[in-house]
Structure formats: structure tokens, C-alpha cells
Design a protein around this ligand. Structure first.
Ligand SMILES: Cc1cc2nc3c(=O)[nH]c(=O)nc-3n(C[C@H](O)[C@H](O)[C@H](O)COP(=O)(O)O)c2cc1C
Length: 348
């Protein structure tokens, strides 16, 4: 087995570096590739009941954007790039999909790597029906209620109010005995309230946070992708870590959290763990770097945790997160605009 085990919501996984749901995990080959590259767990591509959500995949498109704002030519993406994309759900018949998942589960089980089924919320009752069927094929189900395409593609939903989260999760929870993980959007005024609602409705673990809606003019009179999209980049990492750390603080160490959105390196994964996540779902790093990038993350995280107690490391950064009111006055650095030095050097 590669790496250190991570147990999340009753599910034992090979290590804390999981592959998140995306087109990379939409085929049996894709699932097997991720398992064989050393993933701790692999989340399969999402499905739901809606033909419209499946049709969205016909217009899927992807643009990698450098930190300097340049759209890369196809195939030239680098590790630090952002990704703007449109996406849809797996275009499959449910029975065929369950057979594919079962084959992936079997392959993963031999390597200690669970393959997790995924549903992106459309209608909660339909999601419950799918989750029930899916739980016969997989050891855990992830329910994504934070689709960043929700406004553009109403067949996938982004819930941003605690009551709505509670109602949807309760319906799906009632339909499955298997571990149920709920993945939340980052784009809500109070993500901790959503986490609390998901948990009180019966989620075994909470995923934080989904990617953001995005828009990028190309300055030629149009827009990159020619539409709105979903956006993620390494710059999203501190925003994701904020909500993981806040959820950990509010809900306590007993509530399993799974981090996602912005991890490109082993250090990023470790920062998620230090903020309170027990595992981290990575996607874009693999789109850019392939299976070798996944193997690198797993090895890097494993090497770091080797000298530590992983259970103690999870959430360890919170000891350094002081409330503003507890911080004694600090001397303003000389470069600040209201210091004399800045005023002189700017000729004022
Ligand atoms: C192209 C693409 C497709 C995705 N499709 C899904 C999906 O079907 N279901 C889901 O829950 N998340 C989906 N995601 C979100 C990822 O699982 C993951 O949470 C997100 O990409 C943030 O991690 P990253 O910064 O490592 O990419 C998708 C992400 C990308 C980039």
C-alpha cells in the first residue's frame, strides 16, 4: 500500500491524497490509472438524473491560464495555472455506470484504495434514488451540492443556504446506509453554516470547498471559452483553507472534513491537513501533470507525515490562528503608505 492510511467518515483510504471527481474519473481506465498512481481514494465523475446535465458535457471546454493571465495553448499547461472550464455530467445509463463503478471498486479494493460514487445534485428525490442504487456498488457516496455551473446550467445545483442544504442532505441520507460525504460550495456567505447543516442532516463527512463561477474577457472583444465558466487556481488555496479551518474550529475535531480546491503540490495538501482536513481531493494538478503528479503528491505527503503523528498534524495550524482581538499592537512596516518613508519616496 502506498502512503499512510486516512479514515474519513468510517471509510478507510490508502492515504490522504484523493483524486476528486472530474472527467479524469469518468471511465474505468481513468479510475484504474488514478488507483495505480497511488491515490488514497478516487471519486468517480458525478452523475445525476437529468438529461440536460449530461448534454452539458457536449459543450465542455477548458482553458488553462498562467498566473500572468495568459491563456496557454492546448497541452502547454503548467502546474501553477488556473483552469476556466465548462463541464457536464457523465453521459451514461445508470446500470452501465454502476457496473463500471463496481469494476473500479474491485480494482481499487485490491490496493486499499476505495472508489467513491458521486452525484451532483439536481432534484433531491432523484439523487436519493441514485444514491440508494449506487451504494450497492461503492463503499461511499459523495453528494456535490456546490456545482459552480449552477446558474448557467440549472440541472446541477449550487445550494448556498443552510436550510436548503439540510433539506437536500436529509432526503439523500435517508436513502443510504453507506458513508455519505457532502461537498459544499465556497461561494456562500457562511460556509460553516452549510457544513453544520449538512452534518446535522446526517452527512458522515463534509467536503470544503467547490470551485467558483468565473468569467475572463479575452480583450479581443470576447471572452475566454466564449461563455461563463467555473474557475480554480492555486490562488484559491487560502480561500479553501479558510473555510476548512473555520469549519474545524466550529464543528470540532470529531467531524471529518475533506479539503478541495487549490492543491497543486504536496505542501498544499499538507496545508489542507494542517487546517483540519483528513483528506484532500485533487483534480487540476492531475489534468496538468498526469499520474506522475499524483504519485509525487502522495510521496511528498507521506515523507512529511513519516516523522509525525498524522492524527496530531490534522488541524495543528489552528493553534497559530489567533483572533484579531488577542493580537498585541505591532509596529507598522516602513513600506506602508501611511509611514513617513513611503511619503518621502513618493515625493509627497
Ligand atoms: C474539469 C472538472 C470537472 C469537474 N467535475 C466535477 C464533478 O462532476 N463533480 C464534482 O463533485 N466535482 C467536480 N469537479 C471539482 C473537483 O472534484 C475538485 O473539487 C475541484 O477541481 C477542486 O480541486 P483542484 O483545485 O485540485 O482542481 C470538477 C473539476 C474540474 C476541473
Amino acid at each position: 500500500m502506498t502512503g499512510r492510511k486516512a479514515t474519513v467518515g468510517g471509510l478507510v483510504t490508502a492515504n490522504p491524497v484523493w483524486v476528486g471527481s472530474s472527467e479524469l474519473t469518468m471511465t474505468l481506465d481513468g479510475l484504474i490509472t488514478c488507483v495505480d498512481a497511488g491515490a488514497g481514494a478516487v471519486v468517480a465523475k458525478s452523475v445525476n438524473e437529468s438529461a440536460a446535465a449530461r448534454r452539458q458535457l457536449d459543450i465542455a471546454d477548458y482553458a488553462f491560464v498562467s498566473a500572468g493571465g495568459r491563456v496557454r495553448p492546448a497541452g502547454a499547461a503548467r502546474r501553477g495555472d488556473g483552469l476556466l472550464n465548462r463541464s457536464g455530467l457523465a453521459q451514461v445509463d445508470l446500470d452501465d455506470w454502476l457496473a463500471l463503478l463496481a469494476a473500479g471498486v474491485e480494482h481499487g479494493a485490491a490496493r486499499g484504495c476505495p472508489v467513491i460514487g458521486s452525484i451532483t445534485l439536481g432534484d433531491p428525490v432523484a439523487a436519493a434514488r441514485i444514491a440508494h442504487a449506487m451504494a450497492g456498488a461503492v463503499p461511499a457516496v459523495e453528494l456535490n451540492i456546490g456545482a459552480p455551473h449552477g446558474r448557467e446550467a440549472p440541472a446541477v445545483r449550487q445550494l448556498t443556504e443552510a436550510d436548503a442544504v439540510h433539506d437536500a442532505v436529509r432526503v439523500v441520507r435517508a436513502a443510504v446506509d453507506a458513508p455519505l460525504f457532502v461537498k459544499l460550495p465556497g461561494q456562500a456567505s457562511d460556509v460553516v453554516a452549510l457544513a453544520r447543516a449538512a452534518r446535522s442532516a446526517g452527512a458522515d463527512a463534509v467536503g470544503l470547498v467547490g470551485r467558483y463561477p468565473g468569467f475572463l474577457p479575452d480583450l479581443g472583444g470576447g471572452a475566454v471559452l466564449g461563455s461563463w465558466g467555473a474557475w480554480g487556481s492555486p490562488a484559491c488555496l487560502p480561500m479553501s483553507l479558510y473555510w476548512v479551518a473555520k469549519a474545524r474550529t466550529a464543528l470540532g475535531a470529531d467531524v471529518p472534513l475533506v479539503g478541495t480546491n487549490g492543491a497543486r503540490t504536496a505542501t498544499d495538501v499538507l496545508r489542507f491537513l494542517a487546517s483540519g482536513a483528513r483528506a484532500v481531493e485533487v483534480v487540476t494538478a492531475l489534468w496538468i501533470g498526469g499520474p506522475a503528479a499524483l504519485a509525487e503528491l502522495v510521496a511528498g505527503v507521506d515523507a512529511y507525515l513519516d516523522a509525525r503523528d498524522p492524527d496530531e498534524f490534522v488541524g495543528s495550524a489552528l493553534a497559530g490562528a489567533r483572533e484579531y482581538k488577542d493580537i498585541p499592537p505591532v509596529r507598522p512596516p516602513a513600506w506602508l503608505p501611511y509611514t513617513a518613508r513611503w511619503s518621502r519616496s513618493s515625493g509627497r
